[in-house]
Structure formats: structure tokens, C-alpha cells
Ligand binder design. Structure first.
Ligand code: ZN
Length: 273
């Protein structure tokens, strides 16, 4: 199926490319949602807790140092358990998007439970005065049912699908919804996520740095938007934060990026014809 891409006549200023740095602040929610047996696995849970704690502080410090706005996708559970993390994100002027409540993948849930996950997430974010414009499905497994509810619930964009590397229009219950796509290759988790039970790769950051800058170069030549997806529990480790610093520096020396939140990009997209 050919999907209509969103038209962006130009980026603000003389920017050649829109770069969205996005961070999923999952915390312990993905592990708790896997089953009650995880409630006693303290090491696994503490690895998640590194994200909204130490990892997030590092990420926020770097963004402040570079003057870059970013989008943070936050499960409602993280917002409830770490209200200080949400306050810090908001006080720094960043965007907060919806990332489920307990980070439950929507594909095993029926439509009613998918709606509950969406509504509980909205309720948790509303406690902080947040009315999220965007949604990213936990585990990047969006379903027809959840996609169909997003416009009705007031979302203006989604960042879960991968049918193009440019923003494009999806149908959400008969209404247009902007899709701002990501990809696993532009996510830190497949390279650097590791747990005792699920394993992982623990890749060489220099190789990922090269890949991410090559994607930036492609996006710059296309004059398109590009999204990088990260998790403070991974990218917030000391050696990986240094990689992110080099990636940002590499972008600013190679070209003229516009570092933007997803909401800022969505606002420029207008409406489909
Ligand atoms: Zn997540």
C-alpha cells in the first residue's frame, strides 16, 4: 500500500534536516508487566530504575548543555512511581508523550484492555498537567485496535510504525493521524539492552555511532526528519552517554540540523490533502 507522506516545505531557519531525539523512560514497568514473578527480581527491577534516576539526570544534563529539546515517552507507571522525574523533564521544557500505563504490549490484549491501558496512562500524565499529543506503543507493537482509538482520545501523532522513513499519514478510526516513524536500527535497545533472562548484544558504541551518523547523512540529503529512540537505562550509562555526545557533535559539524520534539514536527505537518 502506498501511504501519503506528510509534506514539509522546509524546516525552520536554514536547517537541512529535522532530528528528533526521543527517550522512553520505561523504568520498572516492562518487567512488572511481564508477570508477578518479576516483583521479587530486584536486580532486574533495579536495572529499570536506573532509567528514571541516574540515567535521566545524565540525559537531561546533556540536552541542557546543548540546548536541545527532546520528546520523552513515559509509561503512566513511571510517572506515578517517579513524579520527580516528570517534574524535571517538564521544567527543562521537553515534551512528554504517552507510552502506555504498565508498558503492556497491546498485541496480547483485547480491545477493552487496550483502551484501559491508554486511559490509565492518560490519567497518570494528567496528574502532571500533561495532555500528550503523541503516542508510542510499548515494545513497538501497535495494533489495529489501539491505532483506531488514538485520534478519538485526542492524539495528533503516533511514533510506533515503520512503513516509511519519512512522516506519513495513518488512519485512526476514520481520522488522519500523523505517523512519525522510528526503526529498531535507530534505537539503543537492540544494541545495548541486556538482562540476565533476555540476554542482549552489548554492541560496540563506535559501530552504532557510525550507523547513526550515516542515517543522519541520508536524512540530510533527503531533507527529511529522522527519529532516534533511546532509553535512559541504556543510553544513560556513562560510556553510552559519551557516544550520544559524539553523535550530536557529529551532526552539528556535518550539517545544519533542527533538533525538534515530535510535537514541533507534527505542528509543521499541517493536514493531509
Ligand atoms: Zn518502552
Amino acid at each position: 500500500m502506498v501511504r501519503p507522506t506528510a509534506v514539509f516545505p522546509s524546516w525552520p531557519g536554514d536547517a537541512e534536516v529535522a532530528v528528533a531525539l526521543t527517550f522512553d523512560v520505561d523504568g520498572a514497568a516492562p518487567w512488572i508487566s511481564e508477570g508477578p514473578e518479576y516483583a521479587r527480581r530486584l536486580t532486574m527491577l533495579s536495572q529499570g530504575e536506573f532509567g528514571p534516576g541516574r540515567g535521566l539526570v545524565r540525559v537531561l544534563d546533556l540536552l541542557a548543555d546543548r540546548g536541545i529539546p527532546a520528546t520523552f515517552y513515559v509509561p503512566g507507571h513511571t510517572a506515578d512511581q517517579h513524579p520527580e522525574a516528570i517534574t524535571a523533564i517538564l521544567e527543562a521544557g521537553h515534551e512528554v508523550g504517552h507510552h502506555g500505563y504498565l508498558h503492556r504490549g497491546s498485541d496480547p490484549l483485547d480491545a477493552a484492555d487496550q483502551r484501559i491501558e491508554l486511559e490509565q496512562g492518560l490519567t497518570a500524565l494528567a496528574k502532571h498537567g500533561i495532555r500528550p499529543a503523541g503516542y508510542r506503543s510499548p515494545g513497538w507493537e501497535l495494533t489495529t485496535e489501539t491505532l483506531g482509538m488514538l485520534a478519538e482520545l485526542g492524539f495528533s501523532y503516533d511514533s510506533s510504525l515503520m512503513a516509511d522513513d519519512r512522516p506519513y499519514w495513518e488512519d485512526s478510526g476514520g481520522k488522519p493521524l500523523l505517523e512519525i516513524p522510528g526503526h529498531w536500527s535507530l534505537c539503543d535497545w537492540p544494541y545495548f539492552g541486556y538482562t540476565a533472562y533476555h540476554g542482549g548484544l552489548l554492541a560496540d558504541p563506535a559501530a552504532v555511532e557510525r550507523s547513526w551518523l550515516e542515517e543522519f547523512e541520508s536524512a540530510r540529503q533527503d531533507r527529511r526528519a529522522v527519529t532516534y529512540t533511546m532509553h535512559p537505562e541504556a543510553i544513560g550509562r556513562g560510556y553510552l552517554l559519551r557516544m550520544l555526545e559524539r553523535v550530536i557533535s557529529g551532526m552539528t559539524t556535518r550539517g545544519r540540523p533542527w533538533f525538534a520534539t515530535h510535537a514541533q514536527i507534527a505542528e509543521l505537518a499541517g493536514q493531509p490533502d
